[in-house]
Design a protein around this ligand. Structure first.
Ligand code: ATP
Ligand code: FE
Length: 369
């Protein structure tokens, strides 16, 4: 079989085609990152307009690159939840149109489930496994029991880590450095941190240190960075476009704090799974995905915690951690294999901007302590 995947939930127009064995036939991506970095955050109207402009090109591109026509496609998978309403609608409407005129089954996909499952396209990973999803809009810890069976163990209580990286990068004026002007804030902070010569110049508190659940909070770190930055800006009289001289050190300390917090919460989730036998001893796996999983420092800190707990950490290749069509096509194939959510009658909600991931176990976890 051949699956076409379409992703437009946020600011990237992604399309990909895979075959029945999960081999990638083609992939096209119209990224809006450079545009939104300039504006400082995703503008929903701009995102909508760019998706509208690019969706047809993205699909045509990937069919052409795969050397097939739409008639050769066996099913169309499309992100229908969660995400920005106007963005989701572009992909969903286009997929419905293709599905209707070419009589192809349509498979609605949950964006965060797709981020998690796509790791199975690149690594031999069996259910159940633990997943950490760190991205521009979410921070989630979940137990993945099957293709369509997720349990939520922890979630972000305020800002998502990718969003915070983007905000602090902007606040530190990193995009005034040409090298960082066209990349995401998260990537810019990672690159700047690498240039740090004094990792210990700034110290951040560990969020939620005394809570024994698996939830996350990043707003305290963001506020703490703001205070440190203001102080240094005053000290150096850095105004307008000027960066503080310690910017690399500040990035390094901030990235370390984010990594430590994420690792700490992930360790709690591993402990909960061990205590309740939710993970098999011969299959201790943690998958890390979502845009922030591109961050090597953060991934390494999960590997480190995993090592301590006997878990192996996996992540998809960087280009598949951020938004893309590949993960949607893959999730479509996984659903097709078990004949789950394969629709020929359009009998599902077109799009759902808000859609929680799986069954919520967070109260159980809180009660366990
Ligand atoms: P969601 O998946 O929650 O709906 P999204 O789809 O907008 O959000 P992704 O495309 O998965 O998010 O990830 C984008 C985010 O990843 C951005 O906020 C970006 O700053 C962050 N990011 C990308 N690369 C890195 C990196 N190397 N280090 C840290 N963060 C990164
Ligand atoms: Fe995403």
């Amino acid at each position: 079989s051949v699956i076409l995947g379409i992703e437009t939930s946020c600011d990237d127009t992604g399309c990909a085609i895979i075959d029945g064995s999960g081999r990638l036939l083609s992939d096209s991506l119209y990224s809006q990152t450079a545009v939104h970095t300039r504006y400082g955050g995703v503008n929903p109207l701009v995102a909508h307009e760019l998706h509208r402009m690019n969706i047809d090109k993205a699909v045509t591109d990937s069919l052409q690159k795969a050397g097939i026509t739409i008639e050769d496609v066996d099913a169309i998978a499309v992100t229908t939840r969660p995400g920005l309403l106007l963005s989701l609608q572009i992909g969903a409407k286009y997929a419905r149109y293709l599905s209707r005129i070419h009589s192809k089954p349509l498979i609605p996909i949950h964006h965060m489930e797709a981020h998690a499952l796509v790791a199975r396209m690149y690594h031999d990973i069996q259910f159940p496994f633990l997943v950490l999803l760190i991205s521009g809009g979410h921070c989630l810890l979940s137990l993945v029991k099957d293709v369509n069976d997720f349990e939520l163990l922890g979630e972000g209580l305020d800002n998502a880590p990718g969003e915070v990286f983007d905000k602090v990068a902007r606040r530190m004026k990193l995009r005034n450095i040409p090298e960082y002007s066209k990349i995401s804030g998260g990537r810019a902070v990672e690159l700047a941190a690498k240039k740090s010569t004094n990792q210990d110049l700034f110290e951040f508190p560990l969020p939620l240190a005394r809570y024994r659940d698996c939830n996350f909070s990043f707003s305290g770190l963001k506020d703490s960075l703001e205070r440190k930055l203001l102080k240094k800006e005053e000290e150096h009289n850095a105004i307008g476009d000027e960066l503080i001289p310690e910017v690399n050190d500040l990035c390094a300390a901030f990235q370390l704090a984010v990594a430590e917090h994420i690792a700490h919460r992930t360790e709690r989730a591993m402990m909960y799974c061990e205590k309740n036998n939710l993970i098999k001893p011969d299959n201790r796996v943690i998958v890390v995905s979502g845009g922030v999983a591109c961050n090597n420092f953060i991934f390494k800190s999960i590997e480190y915690i995993g090592n301590k707990m006997g878990y192996t950490a996996y992540r998809p290749p960087p280009a598949v951690c951020t938004d893309n069509g590949v993960m949607i096509a893959w999730n479509g194939l996984e659903k097709l294999r078990i004949q789950c959510d394969v629709r020929t009658d359009f009998s599902f909600k077109e799009v759902e901007p808000e859609a929680p991931l799986g069954k919520n176990l967070i109260e159980n976890i809180k009660a366990a302590y």
